[in-house]
Design a protein around this ligand. Structure first.
Ligand SMILES: [Zn+2]
Length: 393
C-alpha cells in the first residue's frame, strides 16, 4: 500500500488489499477499509497519463466510451420533482455534465432555473456550450472554487466514483449549497458484484471508489447532509440518493464490522462467480453457433460480447448482424464484424437475436419486438444460465 494512503472516508490507516483487477493499465489494486467498510482503488491519482484509445474490453481498461449516464436523466428529474419546486428560480450545479443531457432536460422542466455545468472533458463539454440559462465551466470539479451557499441543487451523476477524494468533494457540495439545499447523487452500486451473471471486470480503472448503499450513505451524512430519499433496493446497478444540507460536516466515522464483512464476502463471491461464468462461455458460444442455419444477429457489442469472443472462442463471422446502437456511433467494427445500428434489421431480417446486455436487456428486448417482431429473442442471462448447466454436466 502507498505510505500516504488513508481511507478517504474515515481517515483510518486500515486499508487492506482484497483484489487485483485484471488488465489494469494503471496497476490499480482494490482495498477495503477494515474500519468503515469503504472499498477503494489505489493508487488514486494519475493525471499525467495520455488519454487511451476508446477501449471496449472485458478488462479493467474499459471505460473510455462512456454511456449509460443519459439513461439516468429521467430518474434524477423524477426525484427532483418530488423534493423541489421546479417553478421556482432555482440555481443548479451539474457536476460532470457530460454531454448535457441532464442540464437540457432540467432547463426544459424548470422554466426559471439556471444551471452551472462543470465538465472537464472538452469532447463532451462543448455539447453544453451556448445553452440558454447555462454557464459552462470546463474543468475538474476539484479545481473549481465556487462561492458559498450559491445553489439550491447539486446534481452529480456517475461522477463521485471517479474523484481522488470524494468525501472532500461532497463537503464542498454542501458548502456551495444554500441551507436546506438538495443534493441528487447517483453512483454505481457495489451490489452488482453479487449478480450471478457477472462476467466482465467490474473494477475499472476510471472508478477509484466502489460504494455500497451503506458506505455512500455514511459519506453523504458525514459531509453534512440529511438523506431524504434512499436508493431503490431492487436496483443492483445504481445508487441514487437525495439529501438535504443539514449542518456541519462530521469527522468521526463509527466502525462498521458488518459492512466490512459484507464487502469482503461480496468480493470473494464475485471472484468465484466470474470464474464459473468465464468457464461457461465456450458452451454459450457453441449454443449460438448451433443455431445455424437460422440467421442470427447479436445485439450488444460491448464488454459481454468481448468476453464471449476472447474467452469463449465465439466466431462472430457466423452472425448476420452485429448491432450496437451506441458503439456504432464511435467505431466501425468489433472483432472483425461491421457494427450496425438497430435500423439495419429492416434491411437484413434475422430469425434469432441474442441480446448481450445485462442492464439494458429489457429495454433492448422491447425495441426488438417493435423493429423485428418475428425474431426469437435469447437473453444473455438465460444463455449463460444454460451454459453453466452444460459446463457443470
Ligand atoms: Zn474507512
Amino acid at each position: 500500500m502507498p505510505p500516504d494512503a488513508l481511507c478517504d472516508l474515515c481517515g483510518a490507516t486500515s486499508l487492506a488489499q482484497v483484489y487485483r483487477p485484471e488488465r489494469s493499465t494503471r496497476g490499480l489494486k482494490i482495498y477495503l477499509c477494515r474500519h468503515c467498510g469503504l472499498v477503494q482503488s489505489l493508487p488514486r491519482i494519475d493525471r499525467t497519463a495520455a488519454r487511451h484509445q476508446a477501449a471496449v474490453s472485458q478488462g479493467a481498461d474499459w471505460g473510455n466510451v462512456r454511456y449509460g449516464k443519459g439513461f439516468r436523466t429521467q430518474i434524477a428529474l423524477d426525484a427532483l420533482a418530488r423534493h423541489a419546486d421546479l417553478e421556482a428560480p432555482l440555481r443548479l450545479l451539474d457536476v460532470g455534465s457530460n454531454r448535457g443531457s441532464f442540464t437540457k432536460a432540467f432547463l426544459e422542466l424548470a422554466p426559471d432555473a439556471a444551471v452551472t455545468a462543470i465538465e472537464p472533458d472538452e469532447r463532451f463539454a462543448q455539447s453544453s456550450a451556448g445553452l440558454p440559462r447555462t454557464e459552462l465551466i470546463q474543468a475538474r470539479i476539484e479545481n473549481v472554487k465556487l462561492p458559498d451557499a450559491g445553489f439550491d441543487i447539486v446534481h452529480s451523476c456517475h461522477t463521485i466514483e471517479h474523484l481522488a477524494h470524494p468525501f472532500a468533494a461532497l463537503k464542498d457540495h454542501a458548502r456551495v449549497l444554500k441551507n436546506r439545499g438538495l443534493l441528487v447523487l447517483d453512483a454505481p452500486n457495489l451490489a452488482l458484484l453479487g449478480s450471478d451473471d457477472i462476467l466482465e471486470e467490474w473494477f475499472i480503472d476510471k472508478h477509484l471508489y466502489h460504494f455500497s448503499d451503506a458506505t455512500l450513505a455514511y459519506m453523504i451524512e458525514a459531509a453534512g447532509f440529511e438523506i431524504v430519499q434512499y436508493p431503490d433496493p431492487a436496483d443492483a446497478i445504481n445508487l441514487l440518493f437525495v439529501a438535504r444540507k443539514n449542518g456541519a460536516p462530521k469527522s468521526a466515522i463509527t466502525p462498521d464490522p458488518d459492512e466490512v464483512a459484507n464487502s469482503e464476502a461480496l468480493i470473494a463471491g464475485y471472484v468465484a462467480m466470474r470464474a464459473v461464468n468465464r468457464a461457461a462461455l465456450s458452451a454459450a458460444a457453441r449454443e449460438i453457433e448451433s443455431l445455424k442455419p437460422a440467421k442470427v444477429a447479436l445485439w450488444g457489442a460491448g464488454r459481454l460480447f468481448d468476453a464471449l469472443v476472447s474467452t469463449g472462442g465465439f466466431d462472430p463471422a457466423m452472425l448476420s448482424l452485429l448491432i450496437d446502437a451506441h458503439l456504432a456511433q464511435h467505431m466501425s467494427q468489433r472483432h472483425g464484424m461491421v457494427l450496425s445500428t438497430p435500423q439495419a434489421l429492416a434491411k437484413t431480417p434475422v430469425d434469432v437475436i441474442v441480446v448481450m446486455s445485462r442492464g439494458f436487456a429489457a429495454e433492448i428486448a422491447g425495441q426488438i419486438r417493435d423493429i423485428a417482431p418475428g425474431a426469437k429473442i435469447i437473453l444473455y442471462s438465460e444463455l449463460l444460465a444454460r451454459a453453466r448447466l452444460a459446463q457443470a454436466a
